[in-house]
Design a protein around this ligand. Structure first.
Ligand code: ZN
Length: 170
């Protein structure tokens, strides 16, 4: 039990799974609940506000978010509504040392399955909206660096190269 609840290793830029399309879960059962709990634990230990399953090496559509208002666990998330726009400086646990101002919808409505396997809807605004969209992006292999201008890309080229080098040695 203690073993199953330990944190996962966070995958970093350069590891192929971060660029894969994640597979929807058929249902949310015991195995998925355990993954939710371990992803959440991994996120909290790393002091993040969101984490997707692919970031811990699991290519399935499971994600957690907590921007301070409580833990949200979502399987097979779909963004149903996007409203307005806001730009927030975002970081990513998979790309340490890099932050990018990302323009996203300011408000979103996300549909998915909760921990009980029931269909649920989450409304998010501001930071929560950004975190939800950031994690949904992960499930399609999209990273914050994909939103960077070529100028921004130049500025963190050395960080990315270092991470790629590290990934090659894993
Ligand atoms: Zn991320």
């Amino acid at each position: 039990m203690i073993e199953s609840m330990s944190a996962y290793r966070i995958r970093e830029y350069g590891e192929p799974i971060l660029r894969k399309q994640c597979v929807p879960v058929g249902s949310v059962g015991l195995r998925e609940k355990e993954i939710f709990d371990r992803i959440a634990r991994t996120m909290y230990e790393a002091q993040g506000i969101g984490l997707a399953a692919c970031q811990v090496g699991i290519g399935r559509q499971l994600m957690v978010v907590d921007v301070g208002g409580g833990l949200i666990k979502l399987a097979n998330p779909l963004i149903m509504l996007r409203e307005d726009e806001s730009a927030i400086e975002e970081g990513c646990l998979s790309i340490p040392g890099v932050t990018i101002k990302v323009k996203r919808a300011m408000r979103v409505l996300v549909q998915g399955l909760n921990e009980e396997g029931r269909r649920t809807k989450i409304e998010g605004e501001g930071l929560l909206a950004h975190a939800l969209q950031h994690e949904v992006d992960h499930l399609s292999g999209i990273l914050i660096i994909d939103y960077a201008s070529s100028q921004e890309k130049d500025s963190f080229q050395s960080e990315l190269r270092e991470l790629e080098e590290k990934a090659r040695l894993k």
